[in-house]
Design a protein around this ligand. Structure first.
Ligand code: SF4
Length: 454
């Protein structure tokens, strides 16, 4: 039998991922487990024998899109029956009302599981047709952390690495503590082992993932390791050139971490520091546990230590009770802080969160009007920051050929700026010097400056 025939005999799976990097990485792990079992990944959902939806419950649109896309599979499932398997997992499945909706309105879904037990997927698929009942396996909370799961990376040269799971913060608009459980940190030695393996496999850049990496506390026989300690440990690993992390809660960001930005060359000079609002009243209602001035002080401290650092943020517009004056405070903070970029969100009700129960919801048209004004302020700041790069030579890790323009590459600077640039063939996965020749609101353009040493 030829390889091709053998390959075509294998079952194909397709994963659709909604939401954040944690979900993206969970999907990489599921893909790794299925490939290890002999399945083949396909980009084409139409030809898949197994379709998996990894869902998100943070944004309203994500779950609307999920149910819309799920519904499109009914016809194929009715035709192919047991030859076609539909699995749904992720944050939405940690909510009982969602599981109930699927059981009632989409009874042809084969497997339902949650965020705490993605490692069970191969077993759930094995048992699929041996048991009479639908495979529903949603753990209420994380039990032990399961190590050594394989992952099928999106890129050869960079990888996500989970360092912790869950969140203890209970921001009043957020469903994550309910869907991903309380904070659990991985042991530092397990993380180091994983990163060593990634480095041996050609990975140059790692992004450490956690809902609030600043509260990482890894426990081992040697004692407790905090987040800054962990960064230094990982920076010692040969082959790893860049370390990034997501996400950072301002209330827990330590001076030790700011020092690490200054002292550790491998720690990229970029921080995503969600502010969410610039009004103290709104911040209090959001249960963020800092004031706008606390945040300003923190940004000043970071910039004093590392002047070239790029800062991005998350902002929610139209939180319940937000007045025009509150919103003006947010605009003021955005203008003062001069962010490199910001993810801006319209507040949307998340069932099960304290903010959802409030009666003083902001009317949609008011939210949209404020949102547009905010985006304008953010874009102005991003364009200004990006223009300052023109003429500089930046080290760019090349992700691949550009999706937007033929004959060009795209990659990221140390400060996480997206750069489209021209260069000779074969640069993918390398860190190359790029002269920045142009800038717009969302990206930079340039050309390789290979005659120059970095
Ligand atoms: S820190 Fe707040 S917003 Fe972030 S995951 Fe935890 S509860 Fe949600």
């Amino acid at each position: 039998m030829t390889y091709k025939e053998n390959f075509s005999d294998k079952k194909k799976f397709h994963i659709t991922t909604f939401g954040c990097q944690m979900n993206e990485h969970d999907s990489e792990i599921m893909a790794g487990m299925l490939i290890e079992k002999g399945y083949v990944q396909t980009d084409n959902r139409e030809e898949a024998d197994i379709v998996i939806f990894n869902t998100c419950s943070v944004r309203e649109n994500a779950d609307k899109r999920f149910f819309g896309t799920l519904g499109q599979l009914k016809h194929k499932k009715m035709q192919q029956k047991e030859a076609f398997t539909v699995c749904v997992c992720g944050c939405m499945m940690q909510q009982q009302h969602v599981v109930d909706t699927i059981k009632e309105k989409y009874p042809w879904v084969d497997v339902i599981f949650g965020t705490h037990n993605i490692h069970e997927l191969p077993k759930l698929l094995d048992n699929l047709h041996t048991e009479q009942i639908k495979q529903i396996d949603v753990w209420e909370d994380g039990r032990e952390i399961v190590e050594d799961l394989p992952a099928k990376r999106l890129f050869r040269h960079k990888s996500f690495v989970n360092i912790m799971y869950g969140c203890n913060n209970f921001c009043s608009y957020c469903i994550v503590p309910y869907t991903r459980g309380r904070e659990r940190s991985r042991k530092p030695e397990d993380i180091v082992k994983e990163v060593r393996m990634l480095a041996a496999d050609g990975v140059k850049e790692i992004t450490l993932l956690g809902q609030n990496v600043n509260s990482y506390r890894g426990r081992s026989d040697a004692g407790e390791t905090d987040f800054a300690d962990l960064i230094y440990m990982l920076a010692d690993i040969e082959g790893i050139d860049r370390i990034r992390f997501m996400t950072s809660h301002p209330k827990d960001l330590s001076d030790k971490l700011i020092d690490a930005f200054r002292n550790c060359d491998k720690l990229c000079k970029y921080i995503h520091l969600p502010v969410q609002a610039g009004s103290d009243a709104v911040l209090k209602d959001m249960n963020r546990k800092y004031t706008a001035d606390d945040y300003r002080t923190l940004v000043k401290k970071i910039r004093a230590a590392v002047p070239e650092i790029a800062i991005s943020t998350d902002i929610i517009v139209g939180f319940p009770g937000e007045t025009e004056e509150d919103f003006e405070e947010t605009l003021k903070l955005v203008r003062e802080t001069e962010y490199d970029s910001a993810f801006t969100f319209l507040y949307s009700i998340r069932k099960g969160t304290p903010a959802a129960r409030r009666e003083d919801q902001v009317p949609e048209e008011v939210k949209h009007h404020r949102f547009n004004r905010l985006v304008e302020a953010v874009n102005e700041s991003s364009a200004k920051k990006n223009h300052a790069y023109i003429g500089r030579i930046e080290r760019v890790l090349v992700d691949g050929t550009s999706r937007s323009k033929e004959g060009t590459y795209e990659g990221r600077t140390d400060s996480f700026k997206l750069v489209n640039f021209t260069g000779e063939a074969g640069l993918e996965g390398k860190i190359v010097p790029v002269k920045i020749t142009g800038a717009n609101t969302f990206s930079l353009t340039g050309e390789t400056a290979d005659s120059l040493k970095l």
